[in-house]
Structures are given as C-alpha cells and as structure tokens.
Design a protein around this ligand. Structure first.
Ligand SMILES: C[S@@+](CC[C@H](N)C(=O)[O-])C[C@H]1O[C@@H](n2cnc3c(N)ncnc32)[C@H](O)[C@@H]1O
Length: 174
C-alpha cells in the first residue's frame, strides 16, 4: 500500500479533526491527510527548510483542501514546544535522531483516543545492529526499547514504505 493511502485510512480510523505532522517535504502526506478531514479540520505541518515549506504551500494553494493546512517553519523540536494540544493524530517523519524526544512530546499532545504514527521504523525488525555506526539507527533502537517498556501505549508495526509504528494509548486498568 502507498503511504498516502495508509495515512488517509489512519485519519479516518482516528476520526481526526486536528493533525500534527513533523516533516512536510513537498506536502504529499499533509495533503493526503487534509483530504480526509472535515471542513473545519486542520493539519499543522513542521518543516525546517523554508524553500520546501514554500514549495508545499504553493501546492496546497492549488488544492481545495490546502486551506486546512498550516506550515510552520523551523526545527520541529522548537516548534513543538510552542504548540498546544490535543492533536487527534500525530505523524512523525523527519529528524530520526531525535525520535525519542518527538515521542515524548507527542504523548503530551495526544488525547487518550489519539493516534501516533512513526515513520522509518523498519529498523526495529532488523534485530541487533551496530548502533555506533549510524545515530539514526541508534535512535530507532532506543525508541523501540522505550516503547516496549512503556505501559501507557500499545504499538503495532505496519509494513508501509520504510515501516510505520502505530501507537495508541492503552486502556486504563479497571
Ligand atoms: C521524509 S521528508 C517528509 C516527507 C513527507 N512527510 C511526506 O511523506 O510527503 C522529511 C522532511 O523533514 C524535514 N526536516 C528534517 N529535519 C527537520 C527538523 N528538525 N524539523 C523539521 N523538519 C525537518 C526535511 O527537510 C524534509 O523535508
């Protein structure tokens, strides 16, 4: 399945109105998610590269769903500090080395019914690797251990593009 199709299905499943994305690039995923939102739905998408942000904005301006999307330019870790939740769905697709930090902040911004999608997680299926050779691989390994030990969440791996980890909040114990 192509990733935009998968993202559309996840927006529907989460019944999302407010979506947050880390990593805009040319706007393909933001636009796919915006298409599935109600008229008053919003996607906030974070992009570090001003040129790419402008490219995406131009693309959004040509779509009837583009008005639902706001591009915030800057390092996403800084941008996230100033955002207020809740977001029904958060899609993280940039800056892999900082995935642990994005995960921690995302859980603060999600409601109990929210959904977190982490892209580029195929590394968790590879077993032990030499983490010292690639900080991004090390970050994925660290995050997968953190999630495995985190009793607040339920995680499932989807074989979409480079592997997407779907995180939802675990129900409270009775
Ligand atoms: C894999 S692409 C995103 C693709 C997009 N989500 C899609 O599927 O259409 C990652 C993007 O994140 C941006 N990026 C990298 N580091 C970032 C950071 N620290 N903060 C915000 N954006 C960042 C890159 O410039 C790039 O455009």
């Amino acid at each position: 399945m192509k990733e935009p199709t998968f993202l559309k299905a996840m927006v529907q499943k989460a019944q999302a109105r407010r979506v947050l994305e880390i990593g805009t690039f040319d706007g393909t995923s933001a636009l796919a998610m915006a298409e599935m939102l109600p008229d008053d739905g919003t996607v906030i998408t974070c992009e570090i590269n001003p040129g790419l942000a402008n490219l995406a904005r131009k693309r959004f301006s040509r779509s009837p769903h583009g008005r639902k999307i706001e591009v915030l330019v800057g390092p996403a870790l800084e941008t996230l500090r100033n955002l207020t939740g809740p977001f029904d769905l958060i899609f993280i697709d940039a800056d892999t080395e900082n995935y642990v930090r994005y995960y921690q902040r995302a859980l603060e911004l999600l409601p109990p019914t929210g959904m977190l999608l982490l892209d580029n997680m195929r590394g968790i299926t590879l077993g032990p690797v030499d983490r010292s050779r690639d900080p991004a691989v090390g970050a994925i390994g660290q995050l997968s251990q953190l999630i495995a030990d985190d009793t607040r969440v339920i995680a499932s791996f989807k074989a979409v593009r480079d592997g997407v980890l779907v995180i939802t909040m675990a129900p409270d114990d009775p």
